[in-house]
Ligand binder design. Structure first.
Ligand SMILES: C[S@@+](CC[C@H](N)C(=O)[O-])C[C@H]1O[C@@H](n2cnc3c(N)ncnc32)[C@H](O)[C@@H]1O
Length: 357
């Protein structure tokens, strides 16, 4: 393929990504063209997750209350929707979310609302109708190296010792799960830090322009999110380079892991292949019964627990616990308080990690 072909492919991809990012930010409905499942990248195919991508049947499906059939006004339908959203997503429905749900029902006549809710009642939370609804209720805000102090602590106290331990093995392996990865910036940030640690340990090979982990390393860096749009953006790994976007807190030293590209007035950065080695993304609902991956050395579950009620939080802690290898480390959001005694807190100067005891 010629350079021109490559450039025009990249430009088309960037336009698509800009459109998707705009829709993700505005919570708009998902166009059907983007609802098909994402083809795996080579890395994804090489490092497939331990179980099939289809989510488990949702927990407590049968707990949905009976539909208020033939209701004379919207209120009973909104009440049903509030309960259904909490059961299917774990999202704690506060007043703001309730109002959003009420506004959604205003767009439809009563008979259509009943038909729509009947569909929601009979399909699982992986169905496009559920995904579109849940995507419009959650916030996908993320950027590279968010809560930098926390990630630096992870790099120093966890990634560096992991590399030191694994490099002594014939087949060194590291597994990391970003459990609410949004558009991927979090997992790519950790991948860059890991590559830096591998380099310090002399465990990379260079082709002159970039470095990558030596081939004996088995790296699995796995990102999941409820939102299909976010997963598509993450898989593409192309980001708007504007000052308020994904790179607002990007440490300069990691710029070598990006390729710059310009498309019209827009400037973009693409995560280089050396960082994407072993990285894959897929949709997953944290309310599912089993984790999508096991034996993780690290699980990141940051800035998502705020959406869940107490019961939802407990389910997520349990999921993270089961995904971790013995001695594995979990990282929650800086304001999250973990009330699960199966984890041992490891305090840093301004952050805390949790070890599966
Ligand atoms: C604010 S972003 C956090 C992204 C990243 N972890 C960070 O800290 O920057 C929260 C993400 O959680 C996802 N999310 C919300 N509820 C979820 C659920 N039940 N299962 C999986 N992902 C969920 C949303 O789609 C959104 O992308």
């Amino acid at each position: 393929m010629s350079d021109d072909d490559l450039n025009s492919k990249l430009a088309a991809l960037q336009r698509t990504m800009a459109d998707l990012r705009h829709q993700l930010a505005s919570g708009a409905a998902i166009p059907s063209a983007f609802t098909a499942s994402t083809p795996p990248t080579n890395a994804a195919a090489l490092h497939a997750p331990l179980r099939a991508p289809t989510p488990n049947p949702p927990k407590a499906t049968e707990l949905l209350p009976p539909l208020p059939r033939g209701a004379a006004d919207r209120e009973p339908f909104v009440n049903w929707l509030v309960t259904a959203v909490r059961v299917r997503s774990g999202i704690a429905v506060e007043e703001q979310v309730r109002q959003k749900l009420a506004r959604i029902t205003l767009r439809l006549p009563l008979t259509e609302i009943e038909k729509w809710l009947s569909l929601l009642a009979t399909v699982d939370s992986a169905h496009p109708e559920w995904l579109a609804l849940l995507e419009s209720l959650t916030n996908h805000e993320t950027y590279f190296f968010r809560d930098l102090g926390q990630l630096e602590h992870l790099q120093r106290e966890v990634l560096a010792p992991l590399v030191a331990r694994e490099r002594l093995k014939a087949v060194p392996s590291i597994t990391i799960w970003s459990a609410a990865s949004s558009s991927g910036e979090e997992l790519y940030s950790v991948a860059m830090m890991l590559l830096e640690e591998l380099e310090k340990a002399g465990e990379v090979e260079s082709d002159g322009s970039s470095i990558r982990a030596k081939s004996r390393w088995h790296l699995r860096l796995f990102g999941t999110d409820l939102s299909r749009q976010a997963v598509r953006l993450a898989t593409a790994g192309v980001y708007d380079a504007g000052p308020h976007a994904s790179f607002r807190k990007f440490p300069v030293r990691f710029s070598r892991f990006l390729d710059a590209a310009v498309d019209g007035d827009g400037q973009f950065q693409r995560v280089r292949d050396c960082v994407r080695h072993g990285v894959s993304f897929q949709t997953f609902n944290l309310m599912d019964a089993s984790p999508p991956i096991n034996h993780c050395d690290v699980v990141l579950c940051r800035n998502v627990l705020i959406y869940f009620d107490v019961e939802g939080k407990r389910s997520v802690w349990d999921l993270v616990f089961r995904a971790l290898a013995l001695d594995g480390i979990a990282l929650f959001g800086p304001t999250d308080v973990l009330e699960d005694r199966r984890f041992t807190p490891i305090w840093g100067s301004s952050t805390v990690l949790y070890r599966k005891a």
